[in-house]
Design a binder for this molecule. Structure first.
Ligand SMILES: Nc1ncnc2c1ncn2[C@@H]1O[C@H](COP(=O)(O)OP(=O)(O)O)[C@@H](O)[C@H]1O
Ligand SMILES: [Mg+2]
Length: 261
């Protein structure tokens, strides 16, 4: 039983396949760093991430398959509820608590072409908690997958990045249909409450989002140019103007969002 089922949902990495209860993904320069991280999560008993099972005969990484549903776009109703949002916040908090004790090797080859916030790193963030990268079971989010962008960062950066996709901090024209009219301020608060974000971090959240948008615009442009592949596809599919619209939307709605926090 060696049937390979292509998994194209995430549209960044080519050649991701399911084989039985495993996932095979191309081995890349940052893969050893990610494996160190996943092994730490296993050691401390964090169940919300795949296990590293090794490398196959074709040199691909082998990860455990996380059973359940991944909400690909267009987002299904179960993925846009306040309950789902609370679940994602709790999952991210659980991940942060589990990863907090991880001391990676100083030369771990994280994929670091990406944007970051100012300030000293606090932990290894997931840095890409999109709906594509969260697995639900019984209607509840229970696992993070796709740690390709994991790297040293701050808790707040990971929170802001997650909110970018899940609140979402986006112009209504770029949102999923079910979130077109969402009360984003309220959803940000629901998320922060479930995560347990402290007062200071809440105050810093919108400025962090502002900085992140600018950094990720530059980082995505660079990735499209230098890495190509899925990144170039996303960029030429309009990622740049989408970030610009999100920036404008954030500035226009700043006071209302701040009041909701
Ligand atoms: N370990 C896993 N368990 C369950 N589903 C997975 C797993 N790994 C990948 N998938 C599915 O395959 C899709 C693409 O894989 P992903 O690792 O996110 O690659 P990409 O870099 O393309 O986003 C995911 O959105 C998810 O639907
Ligand atoms: Mg993915």
């Amino acid at each position: 039983m060696n049937i390979e089922v292509p998994l194209s949902g995430g549209d960044v990495t080519e050649g991701v396949v399911r084989v039985g209860d495993t996932v095979r993904r191309p081995f890349r320069p940052h893969t050893p760093a990610v494996h160190g991280l996943l092994r730490h999560l296993e050691r401390v008993g964090f169940d919300g991430a795949p296990r590293v099972l090794g490398v196959d005969e074709r040199g691909r990484e082998i990860l455990s398959w996380m059973p359940g549903n991944v909400p690909h776009r267009p987002l299904p109703r179960y993925a846009v509820t306040d309950e789902a949002l609370r679940g994602v916040a709790a999952l991210l908090r659980g991940y942060h608590d589990a990863v907090g004790s991880y001391e990676p090797p100083p030369d771990a080859p994280w994929d670091s072409a990406a944007s970051n916030l100012d300030g000293p790193p606090e932990l290894i963030g997931h840095c890409d908690v999109t709906p594509d990268n969260v697995v639900f079971s019984g209607g509840k989010p229970y696992a993070l997958i796709d740690f390709d962008l994991a790297r040293p960062t701050t808790r707040l950066y990971d929170v802001v990045t997650t909110l970018r996709h899940w609140a979402p901090i986006a112009d209504p024209v770029d949102r999923d249909a079910l979130l077109y009219g969402a009360d984003v301020g309220k959803r940000i608060r629901v998320f922060c409450d479930a995560y347990g974000l402290d007062r200071d971090s809440r105050r810093d959240l919108l400025p962090a989002a502002r900085l992140r948008f600018e950094r990720s615009y530059q980082a995505m442009r660079l990735r499209a140019e230098q890495v190509g592949g899925g990144w170039a596809r996303i960029w030429h599919g309009g990622a740049g103007p989408r970030i610009r619209r999100a920036q404008d939307w954030l500035e226009r709605n700043w006071d209302e969002l701040e009041a909701a926090l």
